[in-house]
Design a protein around this ligand. Structure first.
Ligand code: ADP
Length: 158
């Protein structure tokens, strides 16, 4: 039984994240979506709100758990009895950052492997920040986020 941890801030979860999850489930047995805080980003949604939106948007899928990351990611991954981290890859611009992080994690713990799933072409330019910006200016975010996220964004900016 192969379990992976998919960490991220998911502020909020987008169709790009969901696409990565759905693709990963074709080759692995279980995904733990691990919601954490990126120290460089101030979140719009609380951790609980972000987790609830992921749960709602993945309820059509089996073998998904949504949790909050406690402590260092590597310790958290180990506590879940796995050594695999899942990340999504969009454009080349993600590569440098992801490459550094994956190698750093392996430097700290040689057992840890990071696997990458490439997103659908139409989601290559999609990220949570752009979605928040569109929502803030009352634009249409329907093509980019699950229904529950659209609803929460409209509420947040109304
Ligand atoms: P972080 O702050 O850790 O980057 P994000 O929520 O922005 O958290 O991203 C979590 C993971 O999902 C990252 O691996 C990121 O590359 C990936 N991701 C984000 N948006 C997309 C997308 N549109 N398509 C594919 N992967 C994505």
């Amino acid at each position: 039984m192969k379990t992976v941890v998919y960490p991220g801030s998911f502020d909020p979860v987008t169709k790009g994240h969901i696409d990565v999850i759905e693709r990963a489930l074709k080759i692995i047995d279980k995904i733990i979506v691990a919601v954490g805080d990126n120290p460089e980003k101030k979140p719009l949604f609380s951790t609980d709100e972000r987790m609830d939106m992921i749960k709602e948007s993945t309820k059509h899928l089996k073998n998904i758990e949504v949790e909050k990351i406690e402590g260092l990611l590597l310790d958290y991954v180990k506590s879940k009895n796995t050594n695999i981290i899942l990340r999504g890859l969009r454009a080349v611009s993600d590569f440098e950052f992801e490459f550094q992080r994956a190698l750093m994690n392996r430097e700290i713990n040689n057992d840890i492997e990071t696997v990458f799933i490439m997103t659908k072409e139409s989601y290559v330019y999609l990220n949570s920040s752009i979605v928040k910006e569109i929502a803030m200016f009352k634009g249409n975010v329907k093509p980019f986020v699950p229904e529950i996220v659209e609803k929460k964004l409209i509420e947040k900016f109304s």
